[in-house]
Design a protein around this ligand. Structure first.
Ligand code: ATP
Ligand code: MG
Length: 409
């Protein structure tokens, strides 16, 4: 969506605008930069307010502190300080130019030249800045590129990738989010030529970018582009054919990156070559790895034909996000049932409270069962009965059933 309100008005409506006003009162030359300007322009939600200033970081810090803001020197060596105003962080970075680059990181020097700072940014759509009057500074045609869905490097694509190979992944990240029409040819050629450089990046960085790419609305086109440039095999070795992902996307999935990753690595390995732990390969967090493993487990099974009792049984043993994730994966893999049936199943699952088994050890003791292995066995039996009843029996009913089963004392 493209917004036509004046930029000043759009900025005034941003959450955290009061903090911006205070920063502008302390350092009037400060401008909003990078992603927040891009997102204001196209009406997306703005999540971080990043600013740049021509003042050296120490001076910016002094001015902001004098204006009563709490300032944390979060990255002084990169020129970044964080002002915290009304509990909200604002990163203020001194304008920089690259002195030297090593394929990932740059040695930088401060500058007071806005264009020099814009020049070291990756894409034209990320090199925009906006001052407190709502004036847009667009040195490389970023606004027009954003309108056209063009992700274009600032400067020569190959040189920018040689400076920092992460930019290949960033290209795909922004293409997945904003890309329209034919992708920039120069960028694609440079990525094809330099794709092996991505293998030098830390896998954690690669994984962070991949998860962002996988959340993108233009994912399928992006994945095909990654395939065409030879990047996909570098980044996601042994993935399943893209047709599996295509089916998931056709189900209008909720753009959850882990579902999309899971569909590319079904149980047994993506391309059948035994590469089955993509979570370990990407060094994902333990939580994300546990989710991927749970998506892949065949039990408890899930089907649109399940009645409420059966659904309560699976809901008892499994958390909702896992069940919802599984439902999308099964829907994508098993064609044949209408999408509406799967939506209804998810609706029923989401409405259902997780059943709680109503007996505990002390209830058993009150009925004369001795603590120890015997109690464990009886608890298991009564739980099995409760599950068979669709998790509906309350504590009294469970006690009554148990009493009827217990041998007379
Ligand atoms: P998002 O909404 O995904 O956070 P963003 O544009 O804010 O998008 P960030 O990774 O937060 O992206 O980076 C902030 C800005 O810093 C970018 O818009 C870009 O101008 C600049 N930038 C970040 N990383 C690089 C890089 N590797 N090379 C060049 N410029 C970069
Ligand atoms: Mg950002």
């Amino acid at each position: 969506m493209w917004v036509s309100t004046s930029l000043k008005e759009a900025v005034e409506k941003l959450p955290g605008y009061e903090g911006l006003e205070r920063i502008w009162a302390a350092i009037p030359q400060t401008r909003l930069v990078g992603g927040c300007v891009r997102d204001v322009l196209c009406g997306h939600n703005v999540h971080d307010l990043d600013l740049a200033s021509p003042l050296p970081p120490e001076e910016a810090q002094q001015r902001l502190e004098a204006a009563g803001a709490k300032v944390i020197p979060t990255g002084l060596e990169h020129g970044t300080i964080t002002a915290v105003i009304n509990h909200r962080p604002y990163e203020v970075t001194t304008l920089r130019r690259d002195v030297s680059t090593d394929g990932r990181h740059a040695v930088v020097a401060w500058t007071d030249d806005w264009q020099e700072d814009a020049q070291r940014r990756d894409f034209t759509i990320n090199a925009l800045s906006l001052d407190q009057e709502g004036r847009l500074y667009d040195y490389f045609g970023g606004e027009e590129d954003l309108r056209a869905g063009r992700v274009r490097f600032v400067g020569r694509a190959a040189q920018r990738i040689e400076e920092d190979a992460l930019r290949c992944l960033r290209f795909f990240r922004f293409f997945a989010r904003y890309g329209q029409g034919t992708p920039d040819e120069e960028a694609c050629q440079a990525i094809t030529q330099l794709r092996e450089r991505m293998t030098r990046l830390s896998i954690e960085r690669v994984a962070m970018e991949l998860l962002k790419i996988l959340a993108g609305p233009q994912l399928l086109r992006t994945m095909k582009l990654m395939e065409q440039t030879g990047s996909l095999a570098v980044l996601l070795p042994h993935h399943a054919p893209l047709s599996a992902l295509e089916r998931l996307l056709a189900c209008k999935d909720p753009a959850e990156p882990l579902h999309r990753l899971a569909v590319l690595y079904p149980p047994g390995g993506g391309d059948g070559q035994g590469f089955d732990d993509i979570g370990a390969h990407l060094k994902l967090s333990n939580d994300n790895r546990a989710l991927l493993a749970a998506f892949a487990r065949p039990e408890p099974s899930l089907a649109v034909t399940m009645d409420d009792d059966a659904l309560r049984r699976v809901r008892f043993v499994q958390e909702l996000p896992i069940l919802l994730g599984r439902s999308w994966l099964i829907q994508a893999r098993q064609l044949g049932r209408p999408d509406a049936e799967w939506s209804m199943l998810r609706h029923r699952l989401a409405e259902m409270a997780q059943p709680v088994f109503p007996l505990a050890g002390r209830d058993m003791m009150a009925l004369g069962v001795k603590p120890g292995p015997e109690m464990g066995r009886w608890l298991k039996r009564v739980q099995q009965w409760w599950l068979e009843q669709g998790c509906r029996a309350d504590g009294a009913a469970c006690r009554a059933w148990l009493l009827a089963q217990l041998p007379p004392c």
